[in-house]
Design a protein around this ligand. Sequence first.
Ligand SMILES: [Cu+2]
Length: 290
Amino acid sequence: MRWIAVALMSLLSLSAHASQPEPGAIGFQPAATSIMERMTNFHTLLLVIITVIVIVVMALLLYVIVRFNSKANKEPSKFSHNTLIEVIWTLVPVGILMVIAFFSFGELYYQETFPDVEESEVINVKAEGWQWNWRYYYMDVVDEEGYEMYFVSNPIHRGLEGEPAGTPDAPRNLAVDYPMVVPVDTVIRVYTGATDVIHSWAVPAFGIKTDAVPGKLNELWFRVNETGVYYGQCSELCGKDHAFMPIEIHVVTRPEYDAWLERAQNDIDDARQYLAGISETSNTQLASAR
Ligand SMILES: [Cu+2]
């Protein structure tokens, strides 16, 4: 079972290397973190289990329809109890549910357990939801007055007439002016919070979705395997512009991250120019046209 799941998984991941929704796509976005890889494998396992159940139930139904219809079976039997069959149809579903629960709890514990790494190697970012944008606080970067470095991340599109259409470089309703930037292969701890109503910070390729609740800090972690640009969206209905508070994350190499951070502390526009220079996808032109 496990082997089939892994084989299916690798077949699926060959098809596309997108980190955003694609028209006509089936299934999840390709996994960019170990959390999402495991989640995708679990999903594939569930797919195998429900496929087997559907086939067995359909086969039983067909057998009954053909074998025991009123023409084929003129004298129906009158029995109403069969202990053996009742034990089977109770224990088999219980067994299936226990298998699902076993793997499901494994995934939950994996996501909820912070990796065993040196605290000095962890990058802490707070994602704060506002009606209607995200603000990113780089909590390890504090100025002389004690303020954390932060910037506001606004969408480029607002779904209105006359707005620039989406492009491959700046997909519609996903691209932002100042994206979040993190280094590859590094544990990132994200605290989510909100100032007004409940939002939710979600990035499908990372396998992450955590509510951002006013007056409460939630915590999540991820470690991205590959550099690239990844997109997510607010995933808790938060008001009229809920659809227009996307999440854009640039995952870059460590030296690139350090160079970006150096610039971002002084001038976020300078940092964005630098980012546009190193990223395959650049939204600088669209962003400055706003
Ligand atoms: Cu929201």
